[in-house]
Design a protein around this ligand. Structure first.
Ligand SMILES: Cc1cc2nc3c(=O)[nH]c(=O)nc-3n(C[C@H](O)[C@H](O)[C@H](O)COP(=O)(O)O)c2cc1C
Length: 207
């Protein structure tokens, strides 16, 4: 018998990685969040540009207990990152990589890597298929390998949380602030993605 997942049981962190307000990836992630909320998820928005998050300083204080010793706006996210069912991450492409805001956030998650691989000694790249990630990116160019660098980082970032990259939504040829609004089909796609992501998270939880 399958268990019905109660309303609001699925928890998603939506991480906004663009430095600009009303940026393309933020508008797309807003739609994905809307979709997930419609499906009954609880979504916490993490807007990196509004937060005070230091880069990783390689103190390796996390080797003691898997917790980063730098106390700033990253600290309260620790438990939520561990317990959420899914992460929706959105970043512009900057020099073929994720934005600096996004990368700083990812680097601070090294404490989880230390916990998993150094403290718990988990086998490399072991994954818990119950947790998943979704990635949204936009870039001005059109090059064939435009998203390769960011995708590689995102996959390894999600691996730290035992998450598979469920799907990525990549939009080349989008440059100016809000330009994505000229493409209602992309916004619709993001909305549908958010709904579907939540449904998938519910399904894997019910198994
Ligand atoms: C610092 C910087 C670096 C960028 N690097 C690239 C790049 O390597 N390739 C590319 O196609 N676009 C690049 N762009 C353009 C952005 O990816 C593009 O404008 C995107 O739509 C911004 O998304 P946002 O509005 O969500 O911030 C760069 C923009 C900036 C400001």
């Amino acid at each position: 018998m399958t268990r019905k997942i109660p309303e609001r049981e699925i928890q998603i962190l939506a991480i906004y990685g663009s430095p600009r307000r009303e940026g393309n990836t933020s508008l797309l992630l807003d739609r994905a969040v809307q979709g997930a909320l419609e499906e009954g998820a609880e979504v916490e928005r993490v807007v990196l540009r509004d937060m005070d998050i230091s880069p990783c300083m390689e103190y390796y204080g996390c080797k003691r207990n898997g917790r980063c010793i730098i106390l700033d706006d990253f600290s309260p996210l620790h438990d939520r990152l561990l317990t959420c069912n899914g992460i929706m991450l959105a970043s512009p492409i900057f020099f073929y990589a994720v934005s600096a805001h996004t990368k700083i956030f990812m680097d601070r998650c090294q404490s989880f890597w230390v916990q998993k691989y150094c403290i718990e000694k988990a086998p490399l790249q072991s994954r818990n298929p119950l947790r998943k990630g979704l990635f949204i990116a936009a870039a001005a160019g059109q090059g064939k390998r435009l998203f390769d660098g960011a995708l590689l980082s995102v996959r390894y970032f999600l691996d730290v949380f035992d998450m598979d990259l469920w799907k990525s939504f990549l939009y080349p040829g989008i440059e100016d602030r809000g330009e994505i609004l000229n493409h209602p089909e992309f916004l619709e796609e993001a909305l549908t993605a958010g709904r579907e992501f939540c449904r998938v998270l519910k399904q894997v939880r019910q198994k």
